[in-house]
Structures are given as structure tokens and as C-alpha cells.
Design a protein around this ligand. Structure first.
Ligand code: ZN
Length: 127
């Protein structure tokens, strides 16, 4: 992957992470009376995990986005989390936080909640 594309994806992920942190912090405060302004990303994700529905999805997305940014720092970004082959660039442009190659996504397909299946983006990571 060329450095321009990588820098572009990093900016996209950094922006999404900031938005997710802001949304989660607000929702936790307004809906659950939890004050999370000083929490780290990891603590925020933990807070969201015990909660229902949408807010847990936000936490899961934050976890994924944060993991992708960590992978960039470790210079393993773009490698499949399961088999370590290259994830196609188109997939990363479609979802910069994608962690699996198409083969591994397909082999995980039937373990996922049917509600999260979408033909265009593939199944989401299970937790
Ligand atoms: Zn793979």
C-alpha cells in the first residue's frame, strides 16, 4: 500500500475514532448517567459492553477502529487477523477498519448474527 493511501485511511480512522468517542461519552452521560470524560478508549469500550443494543454497537465499532489504528502503528495494517494474507485495498477503502480477508470473512459467515449480514460489506467481526 502506498503511503498516501495509508495516510488517507489513517485520517479517516482517526476522525471516526474521535466521533465515536464523542458520541459514546455523550450517550453514556445522557442515557446512563455515567461520566466518562476522563476515561481511556479501552475503558470506554468496557463501559459500553454491559449495555444494550446501539450503545454496545458503538463500543464494538470503536474497538475495531482503535485496533486498526494500533495495527498501523505496529505496521501490520492491511493484514488479515486470521491468516495474515493481504486484505484487498478496495475492502480497506470501503471499511478502513476491516480486519479480515474475503476468504476468512466468508468462512466466518455462518457464525454471525443474521441481522448483521449484508451482501455488500460482508459479515461483521464476532466478539
Ligand atoms: Zn484471512
Amino acid at each position: 500500500m502506498d503511503t498516501n493511501t495509508l495516510a488517507q485511511l489513517r485520517r479517516k480512522l482517526t476522525r471516526e475514532r474521535a466521533e465515536l468517542i464523542a458520541t459514546l461519552t455523550t450517550r453514556l452521560r445522557e442515557d446512563w448517567d455515567k461520566h466518562c470524560d476522563t476515561l481511556t478508549v479501552t475503558e470506554l469500550i468496557k463501559e459500553s459492553q454491559g449495555l444494550p443494543g446501539a450503545i454496545r454497537c458503538l463500543g464494538e465499532r470503536l474497538e475495531k477502529v482503535d485496533a486498526a489504528l494500533c495495527a498501523m502503528d505496529l505496521e501490520i495494517y492491511g493484514l488479515c487477523a486470521d491468516c495474515e494474507s493481504d486484505i484487498p485495498l478496495d475492502d480497506l477503502i470501503n471499511d478502513a477498519a476491516e480486519q479480515r480477508c474475503p476468504q476468512c470473512r466468508a468462512s466466518n459467515y455462518y457464525h454471525h448474527d443474521p441481522a448483521t449480514r449484508r451482501a455488500t460489506t460482508g459479515p461483521r467481526k464476532s466478539v
